[in-house]
Design a protein around this ligand. Structure first.
Ligand SMILES: Cc1cc2nc3c(=O)[nH]c(=O)nc-3n(C[C@H](O)[C@H](O)[C@H](O)COP(=O)(O)OP(=O)(O)OC[C@H]3O[C@@H](n4cnc5c(N)ncnc54)[C@H](O)[C@@H]3O)c2cc1C
Length: 609
């Protein structure tokens, strides 16, 4: 049997696995990625790539390639609620609400001020080939499709995996220091006995992806998302998504329709298996009421799940993406959480495999990511169940007949004071749905209080319970606030101060002693640390004063930022021994903090056999 050695084996080339391969490539880690399918996914699932994910892709030089194929920003601003696209009934073709969404519309300025780059909309079926192209540029010949992980066993020094080449039928042994389960939870979790905790099968959902010329029905150009609700069929809300690839307004060449056939959050035993593609396509025609040909690309069936793995690491196996957490689509946190898992583990793998940090740094991954992703899973289901509030705002009363719903709905859209009141009421209710449409703090404000960080004893930073307003903070564990700075003619973000795979030390005006300390620790440890003083007389200027207002340290203080742009340590002001302080901080950070204790416990060998 052929044998292959690599530092990291990534199992699964879905969004999470591909993103991890890109990050590892930039960090110079020897890695191999295997995928059992012949190519990237054919399922039109994720489409919203949130602001933090786009920042991460910007850091890795991939954002421009994604924007080039995504919906332009002007098409992203709103989600339009309407009864149908066409039809000639009295309640057909009515638009009754259009809140802002996807970091656009009324929220664009807020997003732009707080992030290095903006969120975007690109269907997963078009995103994955872009990520693959980037992976192949970094790892020529090391992304193997048609290769399936069959079994594995781990010992104290590494993991041995048996991989089947599904085309030739031959097997090879891959020996690696770490194996990453980016397999959607299909193979590795069951072998490790990992349990997915939470609710499964919360409803039957369907996606019909089709090509159609809907330009005769859609004239606005500021919405890539539409919710179709018809009072004659309450509870059957249909999401219509613009799928491009060349136009993202009414002229879009392709579309996807996600819907349920009955009430949400209730799975009908056997329905997904028995309903035919033809019936589902008829459903879409019924929703849209359009009189143009629909050329179906694919019909898919899925169930709503809200689960989190009981472990995100077992010894030398680390679990990322849907293998670790499955979300309802509301708030678009599924794939985005997977990208952020990948970003979190990549720099740790790089430092450990290069011998620059102890193995316990890897253990910090679970300490950091599990609370964040568990919270994201709960957030997604709450955002989904809020749909009932919207139904109530529209005028759906449980148990009432569709005729009665139509009567109530007529008032909502009529030109009367009562109609105005109902619309105002609905808009207030829809404003609550910013937990789904504009959860900016969910995107940027997640924190790692425990893990590879040094707690400075300050109280937890303020967070918006509605998840809408993101409050920048440099409290250890938080994402480094973004501010635009200048260096000569060059405009750069605070995030651009972080070297690839290294740390940034950002000081106030009197940072000289901190900079000397950073140089000393870098020389001792072999870790790259770039030191910057920001502000008047510093290495970079802060012309708008945004950084000054967000940094929360004095002129004698310093902030140490990790390779993933999260703050690892800060000193609010002067310390007597900056080199000693920084050395202690690095010891704590690289040991993975509380994780160090965990690794000291004997590690049980796990076998996939
Ligand atoms: C309708 C819908 C809309 C969504 N919208 C959004 C959104 O807007 N934003 C968002 O962030 N998320 C969204 N999601 C969620 C998102 O699609 C998933 O979170 C994402 O696809 C998970 O990616 P992954 O790489 O972790 O797993 P997967 O995409 O499941 O990839 C796992 C890969 O591993 C491979 N594999 C499995 N076993 C093996 C093996 N033994 N050997 C080799 N390879 C193996 C599989 O073939 C697969 O390619 C949506 C989901 C749905 C259903």
């Amino acid at each position: 049997m052929r044998e292959l050695n690599t530092q990291v084996l990534v199992v699964g080339a879905g969004g999470a696995g591909l993103a991890l391969s890109i990050f590892l490539g930039d960090l110079g880690v020897d890695a191999l990625t295997i995928e059992r399918h012949p190519g990237t996914s054919h399922l039109p699932k994720a489409h919203y790539i949130n602001q933090r994910s786009m920042e991460i892709f910007r850091q890795h030089g991939v954002a421009d390639a994604i924007y080039a194929r995504s919906a332009p920003r002007e098409n992203l601003g709103r989600i339009r609620w309407m009864t149908s696209l066409g039809g000639d009934g009295p309640l057909d073709g009515l638009q009754f609400a259009a809140p802002s969404i996807l970091g656009g519309g009324d929220h664009a300025a807020m997003y732009d001020q707080k992030g290095t780059t903006h969120p975007t909309n690109i269907p997963q079926i078009r995103l994955e080939p872009i990520l693959l192209e980037q992976c192949e540029a970094r790892y020529p010949g090391r992304i193997l499709f048609n290769h399936e992980l069959e079994s594995f066993a781990q010992d104290a020094n590494g993991v041995t995996a048996i991989v089947l080449d599904r085309q030739s039928g031959e097997r090879m042994t891959v020996r690696c220091a770490y194996m990453i389960a980016a397999d959607g939870g299909k193979t590795i979790n069951p072998a490790l006995g990992i349990e997915m905790i939470g609710d499964k099968d919360l409803g039957d959902f369907y996606t019909v992806w089709f090509a159609a010329d809907l330009s005769g029905y859609i004239k606005d150009d500021d919405a890539v998302m539409r919710r179709i609700f018809h009072p004659e069929k309450p509870y059957r809300v249909n999401s219509l998504l613009t799928f491009g690839p060349d136009h993202w307004d009414g002229r879009s060449e392709e579309w996807a329709s996600n819907f349920t056939r009955g009430p949400r959050f209730a799975s009908v035993p056997g329905e997904r298996e028995t309903v035919t593609d033809e019936e589902l396509i008829e459903d879409v025609r019924g929703f849209l009421k359009v009189d143009v040909p629909l050329t179906v690309r694919r019909v898919s069936r899925w169930s709503l799940e809200t689960v989190i793995a009981d472990k995100m690491q077992v010894g030398r196996i680390v679990i990322i993406g849907d293998a670790a957490h499955k979300h309802p689509p509301a708030a678009g946190l599924g794939l985005n959480s997977g990208f952020q898992d990948a970003h979190n583990i990549a720099w740790k793998l790089a430092l450990v495999t290069k011998g620059l940090a102890p193995a316990s740094l890897i253990d910090a991954y679970e300490l950091e990511r599990r609370p964040v992703t568990a919270s994201n899973v709960r957030w997604s289901i709450n955002a989904s169940t809020n749909a009932y509030l919207i139904m109530s705002g529209i005028g759906v009363v449980p148990g009432e007949s569709p005729e009665k719903t139509c009567e109530r709905f007529k008032v909502l859209v009529e030109d009367s004071f009562e109609g105005e009141t109902r619309r105002a009421q609905l808009n207030e209710i829809l404003n609550i749905q910013r937990v789904e449409y504009a959860a900016h703090d969910r995107e940027l404000g997640f924190v790692y209080p425990d893990g590879a960080v040094v707690d400075d004893g300050s109280p937890p930073a303020k967070r918006d319970p509605m998840g809408h307003i993101y409050y920048p903070t440099t409290r250890p564990g938080s994402r480094l606030p973004h501010a635009w700075l200048t260096q000569g003619d060059r405009r750069l973000s605070t995030h651009d101060l972080i070297p690839m795979g290294g740390f940034a030390l950002i000081s106030g005006a009197n940072g000289g002693r901190w900079h000397d300390a950073a140089a000393q620790i870098a020389a001792e440890s072999g870790i790259t640390i770039h030191a910057w003083s920001v502000g008047p007389g510093g290495d970079v200027a802060d012309p708008s004063g945004q950084w000054l207002s967000e940094r929360e340290i004095g002129d004698d203080g310093a902030i140490l930022v990790r390779p993933d742009a999260h703050v690892a340590f800060r000193a609010l002001g002067r310390v007597d021994d900056p080199a000693g302080t920084l050395r202690n901080a690095f010891e704590q950070i690289l040991s993975g903090s509380r994780a160090a204790t965990k690794t000291a416990e004997p590690m049980a060998a796990n076998s996939g056999d």
